[in-house]
Design a protein around this ligand. Structure first.
Ligand code: ACO
Length: 330
């Protein structure tokens, strides 16, 4: 198992404001008991006006660069996975490049909803394969609450804001970090309507003076999404393990996209991985879309849940639909 690419540093940032289920009980007809039983979520962080997508990414990037022992100037590429960039134009990556004090880098956003981090890592792997001297900053940052309908109890209890970051380079002997052994991605656009944010796109444009409608916010057929998420994260994980000849007992940690505790537990059960190996922080952050995987990876490293030498299976699923899995050796 030869890795070509290594995560040299990881970082995270979440907004200061914490919103509890009790707070949501004041907004919509719901209860702490309903939310905890159905989703496992207890709190989520909600950004204020100054905590933008690029600001959270900037803070997470700073941590990742520190851990990598690099300065911003060392970066050659900036890739941001998000669907809630500060603006339509300029991209989150260009705004971030400017905030990092950089110019003349390659900067781009990747739109793959909750799979945005793994999709961005795959872009970084391609860049590093093409230009082995690259030092790529991959951020995943979401202000999901900017696309949350606070009157829709079936979605507003699920989402939160946050960012994660990783610095990737070509692998070399003696480097510390997470070696990306393999990564597998997939998508199915025919199911896009099951989880969408359509309003304001060029197929559903707003004109001056229009009122924002429900389609401006995340809309979801929860039960259908649940089924596809469990099925696809399980299947792609099994494919990835099989093609790398890794047995499930060789895994030290399973780190799934943090959408919902029941989805996480179901994927763990289907892969036959004991609960004590499954990383969970959805209880504190809710579903932060693309940010969820790097936020979880960073926290799992910081808390020692992922130890040096551990083999980690990451799996994700999001709107599009998009999904994927990665094997990382720390
Ligand atoms: N509080 C109280 N009741 C609620 C709430 C709420 N917040 N939300 C929905 N309900 C009600 C519904 O109105 C419904 O009532 P009814 O039977 O009178 O019509 C009842 O609860 C059951 O609703 P269901 O949607 O069938 O509940 P379900 O058991 O499926 O749980 C949930 C809903 C939690 C959304 C679940 O479907 C789910 O987890 N889906 C996956 C969603 C997800 O995580 N998506 C993200 C993955 S991809 C990505 O990250 C973008």
């Amino acid at each position: 198992m030869k890795a070509q690419c290594i995560i040299r540093g990881l970082g995270l940032k979440v907004p200061k404001k914490v919103v509890s289920n009790a707070d949501l009980e004041k907004l919509v007809e719901t209860s702490d008991e309903w939310i905890v039983t159905r989703t496992g979520i207890r709190t989520r962080c909600v950004a204020n006006a100054s905590e933008t997508c690029s600001e959270l990414a900037l803070a997470a990037a700073g941590q990742a660069l520190d851990q990598a022992g690099m300065a911003a100037e060392d970066l050659t590429h900036i890739v941001v996975g998000t669907f809630s960039a500060d603006y339509v134009i300029p991209s989150a990556a260009c705004v971030l490049e400017h905030k990092l004090g950089l110019k003349n880098r390659v900067a781009l956003d990747v739109s793959a909803a909750c799979s945005g981090f793994l999709y961005s890592v795959e872009v970084a792997r391609g860049l590093i394969a093409l230009h082995p001297e690259s030092r790529v900053l991959v951020c995943a940052s979401e202000i999901l609450t900017s696309r949350t309908n606070w009157e829709d109890r079936s979605t507003c209890v699920l989402f939160g804001d946050g960012a994660g970051a990783a610095v990737l380079t070509a692998d070399a002997p003696g480097l510390a970090g997470g070696r990306i052994i393999d990564l597998l991605l997939a998508s199915d656009g025919s199911l896009g309507d099951l989880l969408s944010v359509k309003g304001g796109g060029s197929a559903a444009p707003y004109r001056l003076g229009d009122r924002v409608g429900e389609e401006f916010f995340a809309q979801m057929m929860g039960r259908e999404v649940y089924k596809h998420a469990v099925r696809n994260m399980t299947a792609i994980s099994q494919d990835l393990l099989a093609r790398n000849r890794v047995h499930k007992d060789d895994l030290d940690v399973l780190l799934p996209h943090q959408a919902n505790l029941r989805i996480i537990e179901a994927v763990g059960r289907k892969l036959d991985i004991p609960p004590e190996k499954v990383f969970v922080n959805v209880d504190r952050y809710g579903n932060t879309s693309a940010a969820s995987v790097p936020l979880a990876l960073t926290e799992a490293r910081q808390t020692g849940f992922i130890k040096d030498g551990d083999l980690v299976l990451v799996t994700t699923f999001g709107g599009g639909f998009t999904w994927g899995a990665a094997l990382i050796r720390f």
